[in-house]
Design a protein around this ligand. Sequence first.
Ligand code: HDE
Length: 740
Amino acid sequence: MSHIVPETVGTVKHAVMGSKGSGAKVAQLEQDMVEPTKDSRITADFGTKQATTDDWLKVNNEQQTGPMLIEDPFAREKIHRFDHERIPERVVHARGTGAFGTFRLHESIEELTNAGVLTDTSRETPIFIRFSTVLGSRGSADTVRDVRGFAVKMYTEEGNWDIVGNNIPIFFIQDAMKFPDVIHAAKPEPHNEVPQAQSAHNNFWDFMYMHPEATHMYMWAMSDRGIPRSYRMMQGFGVNAFTLTNAKGERHFVKFTFTPELGVHSLVWDEALKLAGQDPDFHRKDLMEAIEHGAYPKWKFGIQVIPESREHDFDFDILDATKVWPEDQIPIRYIGELELNRNVDEFFTQTEQIAFCTSHIVPGIGFSDDPLLQGRNFSYFDTQISRLGINWEEIPINKPVCPVMNFNRDGAMRHRISKGKVNYWPNRFEAQPPASKAEGAYQQYPQKVVGIKERARSAKFREHVSQAQLFYNSLSEVEKSHVLAALSFELDHCDEAIVYERLTTRLADIDLNLARSVGEMVGGPRPEKAGRDNHGRKAPGLSQMDYLPKTPTIASRRIAILISEGYDSVAFNATYAAIKAASALPFVIGRRRSPIHAEGEDPSSGKAITPDHHFEGQRSTMFDAIVIPGGKASVASLSANGRALHYVREAFGHLKPIAATGEAVDFVNKALQLPQVTTSSGHEAHESYGVVTLREAKPEHLGDVVTVAKEAKGFLEKFVYAVSQHRCWQRELDGLNMMV
Ligand code: HDE
């Protein structure tokens, strides 16, 4: 199993895997693609072929030490181009990665909208999704605690439709005018530019206290949603309320949701912290790797719909972006599916230059009066101008797949050449008139608006605690303990007492026990009574536990198999095959990345296995589960290796399933020092803690995967099931996760 191999210069080939779903957009992009080959030759930007790219033209003297000449156009061009390679990074969401894919509609919603993309079930709409963190710079680590961006561009036949969402369904603030403040407060502090990509600092928590409207959102950010296991295992939410208008001109409010096929899963905090150093590109590589291996990530596309007539029927304002639309009141209707199936060809020209705008809508879809959305509609277009220039929509990745025709003209870096004698409408040639309704023109919904021009927020907008309680109440015990740990970590990083003391007191509005525990951990007050009574209500869909796939799957999970010289090849082969058969990714980890022989294998047979990595190169944090096959010599060597021992203990501490056979059972028992359990068939097992063992891994027991003996089959099934459950939370509940 080879890992992602960087393309080598000189033999550049398409890094793109899979041709599916590329559709009209990729065909369009291909017109702009060039690919170095053995037959192509290096030229200057003005086309002239170059004899060398290495030596600057100079005055050569006898000692060959003469001065270089500024005359050299090739050297100058090369340096100039390099000097100007950087463009401003995104002011937020600078760190991200993306991929191409397809949107398929399963069910038309023509009773709600006349949007082609939401009514024509025969279409395959090309999409690009960019995932991101919010706070960090372009080069920051992937696994930090943060909100994740989930920005979808649909290249529809009627124009680009962008859903610029996050993995959390709400936001910190209610009014767009506060955005610069919340981002300034969350980004590195101004006096010392510390910390990078972290919310654990005075200014962030000062802002959170000063803005009670942020209460609900920071509870989500402190939950496991803030440290996803993978971009492929998180939900996406449009957050803002949009509208759908049907052919009859009727309007409904709508929220958009994406729910991952693989379930919603997170890292554990210690693992996230370590990964930030051990593999800062963890999420980026995870997405590329899955697509390369054909494990295309999929999300169900859902809508929550409220008719205009019911706008004021709820105890929260449906246009307040700090509130969810609880699913028990407004159920999600799943109508389609998104799939990512093609990696980018070049990061800069695609992932970096893609530009999203909430204001990009197509006929049948419209805005609401959500004050956050209204501000976003202004901001996104504006920010692209400083990032990419006024003609940013002509950049290949941003171009719609439908015709673009108008009288917008000129500006820096204009690409399109518009022919004809006129550049205005109406004109004497009647050239390029606006479209009629029948021709698909965007129809403005005739919304009646009456009011006083003033700066104000409604009473419902001023209630900030009820849904924070709803969220916290709906979490499992494990998730609640993670919120406590996260708040304790974050406030411990605040060194100004006023910050952690006030915030601790505020927590008593949500849950008294939480406030008291955090207070104790961070040296803040331990409030005596709740700031607000907890209403005790819960809602479905808020806990990640609600999203475990109904059919257990381990597809695309990374599984490490630890071996050393003299490993048991029968156990190894059976487990390896079982992992592959379940569409997961096995990685062989050895003491060194040099050939290893199985027990009884003739070293001259040429049959040795070369591990994919060694213990130091890829730590346990990079895998979802580990397997240790038996083999006397192999296990003896692993037992004598501190890193191997740490591997097992760390994986256990991070709640990951562990499988061991034969002699490796004792090794695991010794490493973990768990109580022994004897099953009816005499085998030791720790299934209750996601540790699956099979002592007698004899050939007659393991055979091949299909005709495997009963115990062995049970062993593999149990292991696969444990991996499908993501983590063994019971270990944490029983306090056994401390061995990291
Ligand atoms: Fe953004 N946001 N945002 N945001 N946002 C940007 O646009 C902004 C908000 C989100 O992968 C910027 O192209 C304002 C909510 C994503 O390219 C900028 C407000 C949500 C991305 C901007 C918000 C988001 C951005 C910076 C408050 C979730 C990355 C670069 C009113 C629904 C898109 C850029 C990508 C990026 C403004 C709040 C999601 C400055 C003013 C709420 C996923 O325009």
